[in-house]
Design a protein around this ligand. Structure first.
Ligand code: AMP
Ligand code: ZN
Length: 461
């Protein structure tokens, strides 16, 4: 089966053909580590995690290299250190560790390599030297700038005219620039700021050169797929392409460029001033990570995603239904199954995760209908394989169905077990009114009792 991906560079869907099937190479722009990741930052992580899982399924677990950088030198980090009095290293280490915890909670696999910008300064300097030698960059007042006019292909990715690009990037006008659109590859550092010795004095890199150098260092001068959020097309990815193509072979750094759509909250751009700004950590206090992941997957990655409370509740209900199905099959031994075609096929068509989730629900429906069918175990196996492939079903069904999230204020597990014991005792004493009263009290709090041959079980409805 072919993998079809929308390539921003070609402006169309294309059949994916890797350069080397035994080493498929993917680069995704990672976080700048100065604060907790917000839910918008989690979108590319989850989207490209699905792609990573799919590529591993197609080419083999050891045949895919996924690089996601950590930007640990940046003016936002410097500003945060000046505000808080913490050292830069303390901030970047703590934030990178929190990022890992949060993304693990969303069920995202760790990338194969997570290069840090500060560990690749020598490669950045070497690349800048090459650009200067080839006439694509120049030094001015301790800065090194990329000369946009030296690259006839500049603007190919974003498809913008030079005027639009200047306006869109809010390009900093500086006296040392030959052209307002020229961008910084290297800038001087004062003694209180992080800096490295270079042929242009002590300084630090610009953001764009970081990804060009780390991509080349770990994946080669030209690799398969480069990803990130849609906001990165211009200027970040346009500039990455310009630097890499001009320093290397002239080819555009990666063959396929993929971009996830933006995430909004309750219909508005997320911002601290609007009070609709959510970190992943805030949301994890109230919702299981799997609900957040499901909410993400329920939209196609190229569409804008409107993140709402209702959306999370619906995701929770959808997951509850799938887990209830798995629970109903608890007595059946789990057999190994391949990822079902009905889940795989939509993913192969430009990562259509909403359709893949719909396929899980169809499998659940079939499984529920086949309750007394001797071959019903196969549905459980397919449902499990499909869900796990999408990074779901990290909990045991019973644990999932009994879990109380921060959102819910119902009785604790111990209180419920006690009330169930009281109800059993009431029934043994033939006090059916009391037994019904207990059932009613629990139902009012969203706890559903099911009496079966093995006794009474419960779940949160
Ligand atoms: P940053 O730390 O701002 O460079 O962002 C890290 C990643 O998150 C980039 O791939 C961004 O494109 C992506 N990103 C940031 N905000 C959003 C958002 N609201 N919706 C979707 N992706 C976003
Ligand atoms: Zn980048």
């Amino acid at each position: 089966m072919d993998l079809i991906l929308y390539n921003t560079l070609a402006r169309e869907k294309q059949r994916f053909e890797p350069i080397d099937e035994t080493n498929v190479r993917l680069y995704v722009c990672g976080p700048t580590v100065y604060d907790f990741a917000h839910i918008g930052n989690a979108r590319p992580v989850v989207v490209f995690d699905v792609l990573f899982r799919l590529l591993r399924d197609l080419y083999g677990d050891d045949a895919v290299t996924y690089v996601r950088n950590i930007t640990d030198v940046d003016d936002k980090i410097n500003a945060r250190a000046a505000e808080s009095g913490e050292t830069i290293r303390e901030i970047t280490e703590r934030t990178a560790a929190a990022f890992h915890e949060d993304m693990d909670a969303l069920g995202a696999l760790r990338p194969t390599i997570e290069p840090r910008a500060t560990e690749h300064i020598a490669q950045m300097i070497a690349m800048i030297e090459k650009l200067i030698a080839r006439g694509h960059a120049y030094e001015a007042e301790g800065h090194v700038l990329f000369s946009v006019g030296s690259d006839p292909n500049y603007g190919t990715l974003s498809g913008r005219s030079m005027d639009e690009m200047i306006a869109g990037a809010r390009v900093e006008v500086a006296p040392y620039k030959k052209d307002a659109a020229d961008f910084v590859l290297w800038k001087p550092s004062t003694p209180d700021l992080p800096g490295w010795e270079s042929p242009w004095g002590r300084g630090r890199p610009g953001w764009h050169i970081e990804c060009s150098a780390m991509g080349a260092a770990h994946l080669g001068e030209v690799f398969d797929i480069h990803g990130g959020g849609i906001d990165l097309i211009f200027p970040h990815h346009e500039n990455e392409i310009a630097q890499s193509a001009c320093a290397h072979s002239g080819q555009p750094h990666a063959n396929y460029w993929m971009h996830n759509g933006f995430l909004m909250v309750e219909g508005e751009k997320m911002s601290k001033s609007l009070g609709n700004f959510f970190t992943v950590r805030d949301l994890l206090a109230d919702w299981p990570g799997e609900v957040l992941r499901y909410t993400m997957l329920a939209s196609h990655y190229r569409q804008p995603l409107d993140w709402t409370k209702v959306g999370m509740q619906q995701a929770r209900e959808s997951l509850d239904r799938l887990y209830r199905t798995l629970k109903a099959f608890e007595d059946i031994d789990t057999v190994e199954a391949d990822v079902p075609d009905s889940v795989l096929a939509p993913l192969l068509e430009d990562l259509n995760t909403p359709l893949a989730l719909a396929a899980l629900h169809e499998l659940a429906t079939k499984a529920n209908k086949a309750k007394n069918d001797p071959t019903r175990g196969k549905y459980k196996a397919l449902l499990l394989a499909g869900g796990k492939f999408l990074g779901l079903f990290g909990s045991e069904p019973d644990d999932w169905l009994k879990r109380r999230t921060g959102q819910e204020t119902g009785p604790s597990e111990g209180e419920i077990e006690q009330l169930i014991a009281d109800r059993i005792a009431a029934r043994q004493n033939k006090d059916f009114a009391e037994a019904d009263r207990i059932r009613g009290t629990l139902a009012d709090q969203g706890i559903i009792l099911e009496d079966g041959p093995q006794g009474t079980t419960w779940r949160r409805g």
